[in-house]
Design a protein around this ligand. Structure first.
Ligand code: FE
Ligand code: FE
Ligand code: ZN
Length: 278
């Protein structure tokens, strides 16, 4: 395998064994998955022995970090308190389960302010994080950069910075940069990657950057649409994506694909990206 740490978004529907199988079939050296149905619902319990074997096998194969993605329908900035409570409970449960997997991180969409305004949204999200995070939180919790679709919070680096600033245990927080989302959100990583990274560093700090969601974009620059394309088939294109995976400030991060692919499509895409990695 190449030096590039890259993997696909895999399905947990075949259990922990299924994840390892899909990781192998796609050539992933790290991977992402939903702990539960992304539309919500209950997570499956796995026997301790199965989790132990999963941990052992992934560490033997040098797999990781595993990125657990929160359900995308929950909203930490919801208007109704019971919906925010549901988000808090779901995240706490996901994090507890993910921590048992060993080398893992947890990624979530900050939320949508649904007309309450971004300021209010930022307050609600940091309030939730202040209840969620404890000294015992064992894995990094990552805020994902968003495309700014609808009333999404977190499409501007300043908003993520404000959430982090208002969170007490901010040493537990990191950021996952989604290339489709920030390009759609109006950060021109196709023509000015250096400039965007400098802005990220000034606003958030590159030390917070823990993971990259590597996606091309169907609608492209400043579209605020959030529709992922296969690598090279969108507005970013293969050359810009090659600059991203090889950039000195990014090349050692784990890259997770969330492109519209089946297993063999992911395998091909990962091969292509490994061939582009220098
Ligand atoms: Fe996401
Ligand atoms: Fe993403
Ligand atoms: Zn997306």
């Amino acid at each position: 395998m190449s030096r590039l740490n890259i993997g696909a978004h895999l399905s947990i529907s075949g259990g922990l064994k299924g994840l390892l199988k899909e990781a192998e079939e796609t050539g992933s050296s790290c991977f992402q998955f939903f702990m539960r149905n992304p539309r919500g619902g209950k997570a499956k319990d796995y026997p301790e022995s199965e989790i132990e074997l999963f941990r052992k096998t992934s560490s033997e194969r040098g797999l990781g970090p595993l990125l657990v993605h929160a359900p995308y329908t929950m909203n930490p900035a919801a208007k109704k308190p019971e919906l925010r409570e549901y988000a808090l409970e779901t995240m706490a449960d996901d994090i507890k389960r993910a921590s048992a997997f060993g080398n893992a991180m947890y990624n979530f969409h900050p939320g949508s302010h649904v007309g309450q305004g971004a300021e209010k949204g930022i307050d609600l999200i940091s309030d939730l994080l202040n209840r969620l995070l404890t000294e015992d939180t064992a894995i990094p919790v990552l805020l994902e950069t968003m495309a700014g679709k609808g009333s999404e919070v977190g499409s501007r680096f300043e908003e993520l910075r404000a959430i982090i600033d208002r969170t007490e245990l901010r040493d537990r927080l990191g950021v996952c940069l989604d290339t489709c989302h920030i390009y759609d959100g109006g950060y021109d990583i196709r023509n000015d990657l250096d400039g965007v990274l400098a802005e990220f560093d000034r606003t958030i700090g590159l030390e917070r950057l823990r993971a990259i969601h590597l996606n091309d974009s169907v609608f492209g620059y400043a579209s605020h649409k959030d529709r992922h394309a296969k690598i090279g088939e969108g507005g970013l294109g293969t050359e810009a994506i090659s600059r991203i995976i090889n950039h000195p400030l990014l090349r050692n991060l784990p890259f997770y694909l969330e492109t519209p692919n089946d297993i063999s499509g992911y395998a091909k895409e990962i091969l292509l990206l490994r061939s582009l990695a220098s």
